[in-house]
Unconditional design. Structure first.
Length: 131
């Protein structure tokens, strides 16, 4: 249960950081391009890569704190960082085919899933309108 508390705490901080930072960036950018989200994804990937490589290579960060920072904070900040890390790990292992497959399937199915969510929401709204 203690580990779940660490993850929850880290997730809350990561989510708050994402909300505040992406909103501030997007507002300052003044463009419809989602630059705030893009920068969150890039910085989250950089941070997760650093934390995992550093934590695995040194006893300075214990398992509880590592999980709070990676699964918790980075997961709350952006799940894209996990996707990036897993893709990089496949590439580092020389498993290029799986890396490309993972990238294509993740992106295509995630976008398709979003459109599926749009369609489901339209149906629910239409159903509610008929009540």
């Amino acid at each position: 249960m203690r580990l779940i508390g660490y993850i929850g705490f880290g997730s809350a901080l990561g989510g708050i950081a994402r909300f505040l930072l992406s909103g501030a960036i997007q507002q300052r950018a003044g463009t419809p391009f989602p630059i705030g989200t893009l920068l969150i994804n890039l910085t989250g990937s950089l941070l997760l890569g650093f934390l995992l490589r550093y934590a695995i290579s040194t006893p300075d960060i214990g398992p509880d704190v590592r999980t709070m920072l990676t699964t918790g904070f980075c997961g709350g900040y952006t799940t894209f960082s996990t996707f990036s890390y897993e893709t990089a790990a496949l590439i580092e292992d020389g498993d290029y085919r799986r890396a490309v497959l993972y990238i294509l399937v993740s992106v295509v199915l995630a976008v398709a899933g979003t459109f599926g969510g749009f369609a489901a929401a339209r149906e629910v709204l239409a159903w509610r309108g008929r009540l």
